[in-house]
Design a protein around this ligand. Sequence first.
Ligand code: TRP
Length: 373
Amino acid sequence: MSIGSETKQNERDVASVTAAGNEMSASFLAAKERSDKTLAKLEQNPEKFTMLTGDRPTGRLHLGHYFGSVKERVAMQERGVNTNIIIADYQVITDRDTTNNIQDNVINLLLDYLAAGINPKKTMIFTHSAVAAANQLMLPFLSLVTEAELHRNPTVKSEMESSGHALTGLLLTYPVHQACDILFCKANVVPIGKDNLPHVEITRTIARRFNDRYAKKNPVFPQPAAILSQAPEIPGLDGRKMSKSYGNSIMLGATAEETAKLIKKSPTDSERMITFDPAARPQVSALLTTAGLVTGREPAEIASEIGNAGAGTLKAYVIESVNNFLAEHRERRAELARDTDTIRDILHDGNKRANEIAEQTLEEVREAMGMVY
Ligand code: TRP
């Protein structure tokens, strides 16, 4: 899931909407079916699965990230899946020419993961830039795809169009780099949003072609399945997509006061009676959906409880329930933030383990290719 900064989130949103395209397309349906089947198998035998997913360190996590992906990662970790999270720092420069704030973004990402229940003893957390051997897979992998295939990637296409810049070599080839992320640790499940589906598709192609070409007898790579989030998309406070650039997102790490202020100023309509009607009343309904998610209640039930008491009462309820829900997360986060040495140790440890795994896989690749000297 992409964590957009103010300037880029808009463009990412456009990109993901365009890339998602027609959800009923044959390849989407096939991916969805594979995702459901794989999840069913994973519930039976979690220990047979290796998960890898990650985020670009371009900003802070919000409630949408929590319900859309982080919660599911924690659940997989607790089920006994071998879980891995990449902080994709090299992917930051696919569409921007600065690494400003990257240290801060990486640390804050880590703080949110840990506060949300990611356990570094169970889940390996690491950064792209620290794992040279994983990056080296890029060379053989690039030889397994054609330029036409790279240009056909709908997510890359829309990211390029919305960037307004010339297509860089990295933007064109980052899906192959993402294949390196996934395959160096031989992940077979990759939880992602639908905009990342083409990247998992190319990863499957690369794994298959590598095995066919160099490792027929002893396949080196699995063909991973994308896992599509089960959670419904959580709208921003104004009913639009949750996005930092719209100022409509509840950040996990914000204070209770900041959250209250944000919810208070969120727009509603002039009708006093509160009803849950996402199509006709997107703003009121977004508030109800948010309250529903954090309390586990039905939005319609909350609406009828508030009834004629109006938007002010609704907002007071949303503020209270969101702040209750996030209280523990925020407390843990603040506590962790006091000890940056430990946070750095966790990242160093993850990077060290990732390097060991990547070296091992690269060795297998060298052997398969006859390049052991
Ligand atoms: N592309 C993902 C995003 O949109 C981040 C990412 C990088 C990723 N490498 C990955 C996701 C590997 C899944 C697997 O933010």
